[in-house]
Design a protein around this ligand. Sequence first.
Ligand SMILES: [Zn+2]
Length: 310
Amino acid sequence: MIQRPLLAVTLVLGVAVFASACARSQKVEGLNRPVVKVVRTAPQGPVAFTHADCKRHARAMRSKIPAGFTVVIEPPFVVLGDESPDRVRQHAVQTVRWATTRLKALYFPKDPKRIIEVWLFKDRTSYRKHAKSLWNDEPQTPYGYYSDAHGVLVMNIATGGGTLVHEMVHPFVESNFPNAPAWLNEGLGSLYEQCGPKDGRIWGFTNWRLAGLQKAIRKGVVPSFKELTAMTSHQFYEKDRGTNYSQSRYLLYYLQSRSLLVPFYKLFHRSRKTDPTGYKSLQSILGTSDMPAFKREWEAYVLTLRFGAP
Ligand SMILES: [Zn+2]
């Protein structure tokens, strides 16, 4: 099982503005990520799970759903929660559906390989109690985590509004971009951990990861993009000097600001067999092979950003 800490969502002005963090929240940035081999036995899923598929899944799991939980079908997810039925439906529609629709429109034609259960527990007690009784888990984070082994996203919804967007990105990347490098997977996940609508699309905003990155830029300790993109998962997660997530996030944020993010993703996806790190696609989309010069420009740009600025 892999547990990934989550921060939660904030809903502002009726639109989704998310502030979550998956694999590492700010407080646990330096912690080692558990290395657990997960044996995937689930068969390849269809391109899209239907409402009926998810309903069947919900029916099959009925006997394990504790009393007092509301179940909302939100393909390819089944959302379950022990807040009021209205609140559970609100999370399902305003967060899960909102982000799923927009992420799929930009990047992901295929659904995750299996239906993912999103469990939203109303408080710490419920969260810890049910994690233990349902999956024999003892959560390592107060916010929530994703369990690859069980295909579940487990949230203490009381710690925030409840965004799952960062984690929701990962099963989509897994099914749509096999062997995506960690920098892309976590860059996309963390880009959308603080997001909202812009021009009808999902848009990543500046977030808490900015301050640490700016500090590292000022110290001159941010790796080259060649180094970042070439990192294995082990190097990315276990040998992180503290900037891997934020450098990846703000590289994608930069591309987003230049309307290059989706074209980059598509080019990288098309070229992934000959360019498995994405470095060549990055040079191509930026129109330069002088990556040290680009890095200087990118660093100057990042230093102009402010957390909370429009
Ligand atoms: Zn992540």
